[in-house]
Design a protein around this ligand. Structure first.
Ligand code: ADP
Ligand code: MG
Length: 204
């Protein structure tokens, strides 16, 4: 492989809900489009909150995108001459997204992904920790805590206005009606199953 084909790059934008991940992803992708770089934009189709054919931010900003449910389908949509690939809600893809992204970066592509670093229980979400470790650049954004106005790095899930239980389903698509940004001091969960997570990942 020639040194020039190794010019690929992985950028990970993470943080809780409302922290501006999609906003930052859109900003970077707009710049690549302005620079006339061949850009393809995807999001996981589980995020059907406002639109399926755009990546949209809570502040109303949006950019045309293709909604996909599986890594293999995303791979089929990729064009050889694409230079920049953006993926929103990357945590919803299976772990196979890691190998695809690694291959694309090895091929010299710039891959920019955005996703939740922690789930509603405060546990690392899907492939994000691995992608963060492999990345050339990681940006961890913070939202504003809805209780105190402090920096927030948790996504508080609320069910009928009450904190969700750690045994609730992992994925519940929603925005203001189901989630609230919270700081470490105000995040509420009955139990953080961090020990089980570490065991599953052989960190004992
Ligand atoms: P993410 O993709 O991380 O969920 P978005 O890019 O969709 O975030 O939205 C960020 C925008 O959400 C902010 O610019 C702001 O206008 C709005 N917003 C709503 N609630 C909050 C909050 N609690 N903290 C920060 N921004 C918020
Ligand atoms: Mg978003």
């Amino acid at each position: 492989m020639s040194p020039t084909s190794k010019s690929g790059r992985l950028e990970v934008i993470c943080g809780p809900m409302f922290s501006g991940k999609s906003e930052e992803l859109i900003r970077r992708l707009r710049r690549s489009q302005l620079a006339r770089q061949k850009t393809q934009i995807f999001k996981h189709s589980a995020d059907n909150r406002r639109t399926l054919d755009h990546v949209a931010s809570h502040c109303g900003d949006r950019i045309a995108a293709c909604a996909i449910a599986e890594t293999q389908t995303l791979a089929m949509f990729l064009l050889d001459d694409t230079e920049v690939i953006g993926i929103d809600e990357v945590q919803f893809f299976g772990n196979d997204i890691v190998l695809l992204i690694d291959k694309l970066v090895d091929e010299g592509k710039r891959v920019i992904v955005a996703g939740l670093d922690l789930d509603f229980r405060g546990i690392p979400f899907g492939s994000i920790p691995t992608l963060m470790a492999l990345a050339d650049e990681v940006i961890k954004l913070k939202a504003v805590c809805m209780k105190t106005g402090a920096d927030a790095h948790y996504s508080q899930r609320l069910v009928s206005g009450q904190p969700a239980l750690h045994t609730d389903p992992l994925v519940l698509i929603g925005a203001e009606e189901s989630y609230e940004a919270r700081s470490r001091a105000t995040f509420e969960i009955d139990r953080k199953p961090l020990a089980e997570y570490l065991k599953r990942h052989n960190f004992e």
